[in-house]
Design a protein around this ligand. Structure first.
Ligand code: MG
Length: 301
């Protein structure tokens, strides 16, 4: 089949007869952080160096949603449907309120500024989990610069009610994308430390989530090549769909590689959307792509 590489027969069951990658929009510089709104069948995503958010819907086409975005990267929605954003520029995780204002949810850990929050997920208990590599500080076109104050690059868990912020993973070099398994017992995190140190493996790591608030037993889930694993999501089967240099790569819960959806630009991130969460939206360098699949994403809402 054109447009795919199939390593396991289970991959075919993820495709519809007409499944085909479609380019929906282009003109970005380095796109990231797609997030879907079922209310109006629209998608927002970041053009990080463009310092803006873009929006697309079939009805309205492509538009600029927010500029400056202060270098937003990853997005998610909380249990009330509010937009949660990682801001490289403000070095924080923030929330868009119904009145259009932004509330800073976390910008310091142990009294020091965060690096530049990169990607975020919301757990079913409402806690917000995010990664904090330094790309907004060290990539001149992806933030306002500044000194790194944290001793490392961690994965954090935020209780929004109390503001309590815990570093739950501290043994990675540059944690980047993250997502839970369907039962939320495993947290997957991508390692992109190879961007600046080739000795760091390009891998997605898996951690056991204990009591819904601690991470233990970190191990390699899958080594990703070509390129780096940046953002990723899981579907109803627990299959992991990850960005990679040449494609969206799909792995089963044991890390067995099922296949690839080939993409003509380097993929940064992806999310499920559409009325039944079976449309995979893909941000890849300058463009937004989509493909209809025969599975469903698990993220809410
Ligand atoms: Mg990322």
């Amino acid at each position: 089949m054109d447009g795919f590489q199939i390593y396991d027969e289970r991959f075919r069951a993820l495709l519809r007869p007409g499944s085909q990658l479609v380019q929906l929009a282009t003109g970005g510089t380095w796109t990231e952080g797609p997030v879907y709104f079922h209310e109006d069948d629209s998608i927002l995503w970041s053009d990080i160096p463009g310092n803006r958010l873009l929006r697309y819907s079939e009805r309205d086409g492509l538009s600029e949603y927010l500029k400056p975005s202060h270098f937003h990267n990853g997005h998610y929605r909380d249990l009330q449907g509010r937009l949660i954003a990682c801001s490289h520029g403000k070095r924080c995780v923030e929330r868009l309120e119904p009145d259009g204002t932004w509330t800073t949810l976390a910008d310091k850990y142990l009294g020091k500024l965060l690096n530049s929050p990169n990607d975020v997920v919301v757990k079913s208990d409402g806690t917000i989990w995010f990664t904090d590599p330094p790309y907004g500080l060290i990539q001149p076109n992806e933030g306002y610069g500044g000194e790194q104050e944290q001793d490392g690059c961690y994965v954090y868990r935020l209780e929004t009610e109390t503001g309590e912020l815990d570093a739950v993973i501290t043994d990675m070099v540059k944690p980047n994308g993250l997502a839970f398994s369907p039962d939320e017992r495993i947290l997957y995190v991508s390692e992109t430390g190879a961007s600046h140190d080739k000795t760091v493996p390009s891998e997605i790591r898996a951690y056991d989530v204990v009591d819904g608030r601690r991470c233990t037993n970190g191990r390699t889930f899958a080594l990703i090549e070509p390129g780096l694993p940046d953002g990723f999501r899981l579907d109803m089967h627990g299959y992991l769909f990850t960005s990679a240099g040449d494609s969206v790569q799909v792995y089963d819960p044991n890390g067995v590689w099922l296949g690839k959806i080939l993409v003509p630009e380097t993929v940064s991130n992806l999310t499920f959307g559409g009325p039944d969460k079976s449309r995979l939206y893909i941000t890849a360098t300058t463009s937004l792509y989509a493909i209809e699949l025969a599975t469903q994403g698990i993220q809410t809402p």
